[in-house]
Design a binder for this molecule. Structure first.
Ligand code: URP
Ligand code: ZN
Ligand code: ZN
Length: 465
């Protein structure tokens, strides 16, 4: 089947130009103005729209299961929501497995659970929750099977200590992989949480950011940079950066030549800790880690997006419902399951808040939502760009569509959105994955299981972004 995406303005990481795109067998085979319409079986009209690479979200928890609580969307509904928001590939962070499980345990489980459900293409990060010789020697095998990044937590139950972190950094680097980190200092969080508990003040969500201050993130980022030095300058990736102070440390490290990649998320750009002061129980909706910060932090992150010190905007989509947060967190905020949904709103929010407010330009927008995540996480050149031979994953983005964000206009399978009431202008009108129409005018055409596993490359393909 051949398709011609005709009449649009193509936007890539570096260029903006009028062009048609010819697709055959799921790949891009022609890019140019006025391609003969007879050359294809179907025309997709992109007049008045931007034609961009399908967006890539490299931080999701579509299928997180904590045992007592599971997120509400799962792989099918989560990937449908992603598709409606212009995202054609995701890289999922698996949850922790049983104590002392093999490194492959969670990835094998997730592969099995995803394969008949996903409608967008997908990969997995590995997760390291303990370190021994079996785990370290399994890292090479994992990266060789297309799982070329590993996640390590500095807090939560499956966190690692410094000695183990260095070992993982070294082994992952030697295997050509990238180690990603949730960077918060566990001891600081533990101490401040206990103080709040001792005062008996555990029903006020405003205490959530007080228990995880900005310096707990900054300390963890700083330490990771030092550990990466000790690990032979192993490249690292910081997930969901939320603070100006963390970013300052990263900028300095980059000036000194460290390979440190950085991700932030729309919630840390558009919402502040004032959300925890809202009048009713809705305040619990914003329980996530790291917590929402100050306007000063948001401003610094926007600057980081514009000046290149932040590479990626992902979501950390994690759709525990408001009902689950209320049930567990109303009498003890520290028991509310953390995380917020966002896989469907990332692209429109970044366009409206970033491009339309002149904080970033169109090409930077494409870099942040598609090209950089593809390059850093080893999906390029198959994904994340509009090039001859690349998968025809395209987001045909209509800058005139206006929406007010609400659960009613979204497809996420969850009872709230933290971005409710925000007005956005610009939304994906048609979304193609490997040349097939996934979504058109708000209607899904893909069937369950259409998404394919992405065999991600090792990071010897990393380029400076
Ligand atoms: O609170 C959050 N963000 N939950 C999801 C897991 C994580 O820390 O990324
Ligand atoms: Zn995290
Ligand atoms: Zn996460």
């Amino acid at each position: 089947m051949s398709r011609l995406v005709a009449g649009g303005t193509v936007v890539t990481a570096t260029k903006t130009f009028q062009s048609d795109i010819l697709i055959e067998e799921g790949r891009i085979v022609g890019i140019g103005e006025n391609i003969d319409r007879k050359s294809s079986q179907e025309i997709v009209d992109a007049t008045g729209c931007y034609v961009m690479p399908g967006a890539i979200d490299v931080h999701t928890h579509l299928n997180l299961n904590l045992g007592e609580e599971k997120v509400s969307d799962g792989f099918y509904h989560g990937s449908v929501a992603a598709a409606h928001g212009g995202t054609t590939s995701i890289v999922e962070h698996p949850g922790f497995g049983p104590a002392h499980c093999a490194l492959n345990h969670q990835m094998d489980l997730y592969r099995d659970q995803a394969k008949d459900e996903m409608v967008v293409d997908y990969g997995f990060h590995g997760v390291v929750q303990h370190v021994d010789e079996h785990v370290l020697s399994a890292i090479k095998g994992l990266t060789a099977t297309g799982i070329s990044s590993l996640k390590v937590y500095l807090t939560y139950g499956g966190r690692l200590g410094d000695e183990d972190i260095i070992k993982v950094m070294k082994a992952t680097h030697a295997a050509g992989g990238l180690t990603a980190f949730h960077a918060e200092n566990h001891a600081i969080i533990g101490e401040l949480t206990q103080e709040i508990r001792d005062k008996g003040d555990i029903t006020d969500p405003a205490n959530h950011p007080r228990s995880r201050p900005d310096y707990s993130e900054a300390e963890a980022v700083n330490r990771l940079i030092a550990l990466s030095r000790a690990a032979g300058n192993a490249p690292i990736y910081i997930v969901h950066l939320s603070t100006a102070s963390g970013l300052e440390i990263i900028k300095e490290a980059r000036r000194n030549g460290f390979q440190i990649h950085v991700e932030t998320c729309p919630q840390y750009l558009t919402l502040t800790e004032s959300c925890y002061q809202e009048a009713d129980n809705k305040r619990l909706q914003y329980i996530m880690s790291p917590p929402l910060r100050t306007q000063k932090d948001c401003d610094a992150l926007w600057e980081g997006l514009a000046d290149g010190s932040i590479d990626v905007v992902a979501t950390d989509h994690c759709s525990f419902s408001f009902a689950q947060k209320l049930k567990n967190g109303k009498t003890d905020i520290f028991k509310a399951p953390g995380g917020i949904p966002g896989v469907e709103t990332r692209v429109p929010l970044l366009f409206s808040e970033g491009v339309l407010k002149n904080r970033i330009d169109l090409n930077r927008f494409v870099q942040l939502v598609a090209t950089n995540p593809a390059t850093i996480m080893g999906l390029a050149p198959q994904k994340g760009s509009i090039d001859i031979g690349s998968d025809a994953d395209l987001m045909i983005f209509d800058p005139e569509i206006e929406k007010i964000i609400s659960t009613q206009v979204l497809h996420q399978h969850v009872d709230y959105t933290p971005f409710a009431g925000m007005r956005v202008k610009g939304w994906p009108k048609t979304v193609l994955l490997r040349g097939e129409v996934l979504v058109c005018d708000g209607k899904l055409s893909a069937t369950k299981g259409f998404g394919r596993f992405i065999n991600r490359r090792k990071n010897k393909y990393l380029v400076k972004v």
